[in-house]
Each structure stands twice: as structure tokens, then as C-alpha cells.
Design a protein around this ligand. Structure first.
Ligand SMILES: [Zn+2]
Length: 373
């Protein structure tokens, strides 16, 4: 089936027609005279590649860090969710089942600990880390598993300091998959974590403000971070309940420390009660912090696709998968908090209206979630 999205406004402001055949984009053009089902968009509606949330908790099995992929996915304008370590090798079959049943595309950074987030101190017992189990899982689900996840926080690692990270890094090299590292409360020190990371690895929760263990804690840590970015390590936002700080984000902008991807670290509680709510709210915060619409949308489309090493999504071009997000920007003041209780009055709010996933069109139902404090 041919579908023609007429009058599609890109984030650059230019308008095009996007022609979709079955699940793929076959043409992006100013004029199209062929036959097909026309989707006509109102003047003020933007079209971007489908949004990709690189850090979510999309495995409903393990409470409390869980959500259904479609609740945090297509219903909120997100066409692809990546589960960041909720699931380990033990439950990967069940995770795959959930993924198969979802309209939203679902990928995994598999937890290096086989139990995943069934427990919250998954790296205290190092015997739970098994290369063999991870290799088996990847062999079974080579497309779905895009990397490995390790959580470096005091409450997770017991007395192991960076030992689990050292092991995770070895696993990541052996599997030839990038490592996503959660940073948080020390130990371990952020400085000690950064040294393990190579090109393609990801630091999530990059703008957190945990005492004495964030990117501006001291000069040495900050220099190590800059060197890591230089060698190709990515910085991911991972907003979450306790991991995103406006003051750190503002300082990062002033000091020219770039972030790469905007992700939510969303799960049931921070989805319903905030401070995350959904991806659109997170993106609106970045608009309000002074980033351009193009930069904000790139950070949730093109850049995460690149981090995932996925060439089919994150772009609107001939041959790409027809994953699109339709949204508008509404002038509406709202006070939105970061994870540390700091307040920001957001004047422009991004509102998703619909998505297309592999050529299938779905309306968003994000208004079901209240976003006022
Ligand atoms: Zn998380």
C-alpha cells in the first residue's frame, strides 16, 4: 500500500511529501503525482523520524522498575524503546515475547547480571555475571540485544567497587556490543568509571547531581569526561526519578559539554507521578533550557539510532523504515521539575499527535497521563 504524507513540516521548517510503500519510505519529495492514500497534516504539525528512547524500563515483570512498552512507547510518540538492563539473560525469552507483542519497537541493553532488576543489588554477587549466558542470549536474539548494561551505584555493587564494570567491559569486548553504564552515588567514583569506557560506550544519567560524584565534582573528573567524549563515548540523559539536574545541564551548556541522546529512564512510578511523565515532557524541558528544536529532535532520533548502530530508523529518507512521529508545539506555560526538585517554567510544550511504525499509523493517547504538578 502507498501512503502519501502531504505537507509534512520538518524541524527545519521546510515542507515535503513523504511517500511510504508498505513499511518503507520510498520517496521524500516536493511534488508527488502518484496514487495512494493521502494523510494530510494541519499547518502546525511537525514530522520527525520516530522518536527513540534509549533508556527505558520496558519489562513489565520486575517491579518497580517496569512499564509496558506501548504505554511508554507509541502512545506517547515514541516508536522505539530500549530497555536499559531491566532484563538479564535469565528472562530474555519472556522479554522477547513482550517485545513481539508490542506495537512499539523494543530493544535491549541486556543486564550483565543474569537476574537483571529482579533484585536491586544485582552486582553484589559477581557469580551472577555470566559471559556464556549473555553470548547465548545474543546468539538467540542478535537483533534485539544491542548492548550490555551495567549499573555503577553504591546500592548496586556491594563491596565490589569497579570489579563488575571491569568484567562487564570484558564481556562487551567479547560480544562486540557497546556498554551502557549507569552513573550515580559513589562508590565507585565517576573518575574511576570513565577510564573503562571506549568509543561507542554510553554514560547514562550524565547530568545527575549526586553528591561529589557528578561531571563537575572536580577538575580531574571533568577532564577525564572531556577526554572520553573526545574518544567517542556518548552521553545519554536518562532523566529518571533521581538522575537529571537543571543546574548541571545549564552548567554543561555553558562549559561546552555536549550531551548526545535524550532518554527518559521511564517506568510506572515516574511516568504517573513525575518528574518524567513521558518523552515529550522531557524534550520540552530541553527546549526550555535553550536548545533548538532541531538539536532536541536529533537527540531523540538520528543520534540514538547512530548509537544503536541502526541505519534503518532515526532518519526520513528513501529506503528508511517508515517510523515517524507527528507532533506540535503548543504555547502553554507549565512548571516542570527536574529530579532534584528544581523548578523550570516551560513556555512551549511538545505534544505528540500520532506515530507511524513500519507504515502503520497510530494516534497517540498521551493525554491520559496528567503532566501537571
Ligand atoms: Zn534506568
Amino acid at each position: 500500500m502507498i501512503q502519501i504524507i502531504e505537507n509534512a513540516m520538518l524541524t527545519t521548517g521546510s515542507k515535503v511529501n513523504i511517500v511510504v510503500k508498505d513499511s518503507k519510505v520510498i520517496e521524500v519529495t516536493n511534488q508527488y503525482f502518484g496514487e495512494g492514500k493521502v494523510i494530510s497534516l494541519p499547518e502546525d504539525v511537525y514530522v520527525s523520524p520516530g522518536w527513540i528512547d534509549l533508556h527505558t524500563h520496558s519489562f513489565p515483570k520486575f517491579e518497580p522498575y517496569c512499564a509496558h512498552p506501548d504505554e511508554i512507547g507509541y502512545k506517547t510518540g515514541v516508536t522505539t524503546v530500549v530497555d536499559a538492563g531491566s532484563c538479564g539473560a535469565n528472562d530474555i525469552d519472556e522479554f522477547n515475547e513482550v517485545s513481539q507483542k508490542s506495537k512499539t519497537r523494543v530493544f535491549s541493553f541486556i543486564n550483565v547480571s543474569s537476574v537483571g532488576l529482579k533484585i536491586r543489588n544485582e552486582l553484589e554477587d559477581l557469580s551472577l555475571l555470566s559471559l556464556e549466558a549473555i553470548e547465548k542470549a545474543i546468539e538467540k536474539y542478535p537483533e534485539m540485544i544491542i548492548g550490555l548494561k551495567v549499573r555503577m551505584s553504591a546500592s548496586v555493587i556491594g563491596n565490589n567497587d569497579t570489579k563488575a564494570l571491569e568484567i562487564a567491559k570484558q564481556f562487551s569486548k567479547r560480544c562486540n556490543k557497546p556498554l551502557m553504564v549507569h552513573i550515580g552515588s559513589s562508590p565507585p567514583k565517576l573518575l574511576d568509571i570513565i577510564q573503562y569506557l571506549d568509543r561507542g560506550d554510553i554514560i547514562t544519567h550524565c547530568f545527575n547531581e549526586k553528591p561529589n560524584n557528578h561531571i563537575f565534582s572536580d577538575k580531574e573528573t571533568n577532564n577525564a569526561l572531556r577526554a572520553a567524549i573526545e574518544r567517542g563515548v556518548y552521553l545519554d540523559i536518562g532523566h529518571g526519578t533521581s538522575s537529571f539536574s537543571y543546574p548541571i545541564a545549564i552548567k554543561a551548556r555553558e562549559k561546552n559539554i555536549p550531551f548526545h541522546s535524550i532518554s527518559t529512564d521511564i517506568y510506572e512510578k515516574n511516568r504517573i507521578n513525575g518528574p518524567v511523565y513521558n518523552m515529550a515532557t522531557t524534550l520540552s524541558k530541553f527546549l526550555s533550557l535553550g536548545y533548538s528544536l532541531e538539536k532536541v529532535i536529533d537527540s531523540v532520533t538520528t543520534i540514538p539510532a547512530k548509537i544503536m548502530n541502526n541505519h534503518e530508523i532515526g532518519v526520513i529518507q528513501k529506503g528508511a523504515v517508515a517510523d515517524l512521529t507527528f507532533f506540535s508545539i503548543e504555547k502553554q506555560e507549565k512548571m516542570l521539575k527536574d529530579s532534584f526538585g528544581n523548578e523550570l517554567v516551560v513556555k512551549n510544550q511538545i505534544k505528540p499527535h500520532a506515530v507511524m511504525i513500519g507504515g502503520n499509523y497510530y494516534e497517540c493517547k498521551s493525554d491520559e497521563v496528567k503532566t501537571s504538578n
